[in-house]
Design a protein around this ligand. Structure first.
Ligand code: MRU
Length: 349
């Protein structure tokens, strides 16, 4: 199984997603600041993978602290978490994972620093293991929506690489393939940084799942030609009403899907759901460097000095979704109710 983020001997080992698909390279982070840099520069990316990396960064930070009075340790650890929280703004999983780490600290603060650090490391490892288990369950749940012979379009990379392992949207397709369903996947290349062409295509090839790569601007034509039966994507944040933030270009696909009567599914774990936000308009959208648009892999493709707008995500309103697949089941409209029911106990934060 492809593993993205691994805790190993008090270090965090990451598959370098910027090196893929040309090289399968692993980098070892010894300090939490190195994990922050890896999240920022997309060495590790994808909402659940960012969450797991953030939790491990916090654990790494805790292991490096000197022996301190309890209150000072608490302050220093929370400061490390605050720093990690600045790495990227859109994916809910990053903040969710840090909340779990802070809660772990609060629950175990009285047990002495050595034990406390062990608890924090164990919590980060649990977040990682739970993510893989949740993805497998999500895959099982979602595969019921996939039929033998389906042609399915996906956008960005919501695979093993975007998680601790197995994947969300791609996990659903992986599960359908494992069940022997004959599926074929159309992969959007996903400009500007090509998570589809570089990462999803790499994963599908590795798994021998039949797939065809297209550029983003081809998707509408394929739908018009009747070549797409279903669309499935992941999400970076889902608000209380079911609006989703996902990789830029997702909204266009959802609108096209509606125009062509094609089911549009979202697969995401509960850790992506943010019940504190009522609608998608409240989701902070990351804007990334213009160089992602004006060049590719350091080769300049636009005139020097060209003005660029580079939002990394967009918002797809809930009305365009056919269902939301989670590890706890498939959510149907109205999402305000189905999400409220699912997140019972977590709803009023
Ligand atoms: O900028 P990225 O590569 O981190 O964006 C990732 C996505 O938009 C994914 O589709 C999303 O995180 C869901 S992944 C399970």
């Amino acid at each position: 199984m492809i593993r993205t983020v691994i805790w190993k001997n008090n270090t965090v080992v990451l598959i370098d997603q910027n090196a893929l698909p040309l090289a399968e390279v692993y980098i070892t982070c010894h300090r939490y600041q190195e994990v922050i840099s890896a999240i920022k520069d997309l060495t590790v990316r994808g909402a659940p993978a960012i969450g797991v990396a953030a939790a491990m960064a916090a654990a790494l930070g805790a292991t490096a602290l000197p022996v301190l009075p309890q209150e000072l340790f608490r302050q220093k650890f929370n400061k490390i978490c605050d720093e990690i929280a600045q790495a990227r703004p859109t994916a809910r999983n990053l903040f969710w994972a840090l909340e779990r780490m802070r809660k772990c600290l609060a629950d175990s603060i009285g047990s002495g620093q050595k034990k406390l650090v062990q608890e924090l490391v164990a919590e980060a490892q649990s977040i990682c293991a739970e993510d893989i288990a949740n993805n497998r369950q999500m895959g099982k749940n979602g595969s019921a929506l996939i039929a033998d012979g389906d042609n399915i379009l996906t956008h960005c990379n919501a695979g093993a690489l975007a998680t601790a392992g197995y994947g969300t949207a791609l996990g659903v397709l992986r599960a359908a393939h494992e069940q022997g369903k004959k599926i074929h996947v159309y992969v959007d290349e996903t400009r500007p940084v090509l998570q589809g062409a570089r990462l999803t295509a790499w994963e599908l090839k590795k798994e021998k799942i039949p797939a065809t790569l297209i550029t983003d601007n081809m998707a509408g034509f394929l739908m018009q030609q009747g070549k797409i039966d279903k669309i499935i994507v992941g999400a970076d944040r889902i608000t209380a009403n079911g609006d989703i933030a996902n990789k830029i270009g997702t909204y266009s696909l959802a609108v096209l899907a509606r125009a062509h009567n094609i089911p549009f599914y979202v697969a995401a774990p509960l850790s992506t759901i943010d019940t504190a936000l009522k609608t998608g308009t409240a989701i902070p959208i990351e804007e990334r460097s213009g160089t992602e648009v004006t060049s590719f892999r350091k080769v300049q493709t636009a005139p020097a000095g060209m003005k660029v707008y580079n939002p990394a995500f967009d918002i797809t309103p809930a009305k365009f979704l056919s269902a939301i697949i989670t590890e706890k089941g498939i959510l149907q409209k109205p999402y305000l109710q189905s999400i409220r029911c699912l997140m019972k106990g977590q709803f009023a934060r």
